[in-house]
Ligand binder design. Structure first.
Ligand code: 3PG
Length: 219
């Protein structure tokens, strides 16, 4: 457990796979089969969003899967961050740039990817020592064109765009030089989880992994 609990090991996995599946689990019993489906599909990364009652227990269970990098998403305050890390979360993701969450993550030694949508928020994240940032909500903010413009004044910053990304627009983001990885929920939509369709999730994962490889080979 916590085998990826350093910036460099989490980063190298993100850099290799370039995809962060965003998961909203309503039932912690799905955590293990879902984690295994992601692993079998070739994607050893999971972001469990703290939008459901089952999130904390799901982190606890999924982080027991060897070789899987499990993080907690939708972290909006330091209390949630602490609970997630105590449950085994190996990285944290926030929809916004929250200094108290960043301070907790720094003190706990856990990577944090704060969300940004404006130059001011990027400046705040940099002031707090963060340079790998979630661009959120990516499509609604203006997509790749907005991200390119936003990135220009901040050469030291890389991004994980998330929000509205799917197989039809993934390439538009992953081909931008400042994009390290993309986040998205399309691989594991709720109806598949509710139906326990883990084979379909595994196949979607494998298709997403193949698509990323194809896109990355062109840049
Ligand atoms: C998130 O929490 O990061 C986003 O809601 C994921 O966005 P998507 O569902 O549009 O992929």
């Amino acid at each position: 457990m916590n085998e990826f609990k350093t910036m460099s090991s989490a980063l190298s996995l993100l850099q290799t796979h370039r995809l962060v599946p965003v998961l909203e689990l309503e039932d912690a019993d799905a955590a293990i089969p879902l984690g295994e489906a992601l692993m079998t599909g070739g994607l050893p990364i999971a972001e469990i969003t703290f939008r459901t009652e089952a999130a904390l227990e799901s982190v606890r269970r999924m982080s027991g899967i060897a070789g899987l990098l499990v993080g907690a998403g939708t972290i909006i305050n330091a209390e949630q961050a602490r609970a997630a890390v105590d449950a085994g979360a190996q990285f944290l993701v926030s929809p916004g740039c929250f200094p108290k969450v960043i301070a907790f993550a720094a003190q706990a030694g856990v990577p944090i990817f704060p969300g940004v949508a404006t130059p001011t928020e990027i400046g705040i994240a940099l002031d707090h020592g963060q340079s790998l940032l979630k661009f959120f909500p990516a499509e609604a903010l203006g997509g790749p064109a907005m991200l390119k413009a936003l990135a220009a004044p901040f050469p030291a910053v890389s991004f994980i765009p998330t929000g509205g990304i799917n197989p039809t627009n993934l390439a538009h983001y992953l081909t931008l030089p400042r994009v390290l990885a993309c986040g998205g929920s399309w691989i594991t939509d709720k109806s598949l989880l509710r139906a326990g369709a883990f084979d379909t999730i595994r196949d979607r994962t494998a298709a997403a992994v193949a698509l990323v490889q194809e896109i990355t080979a062109t840049v």
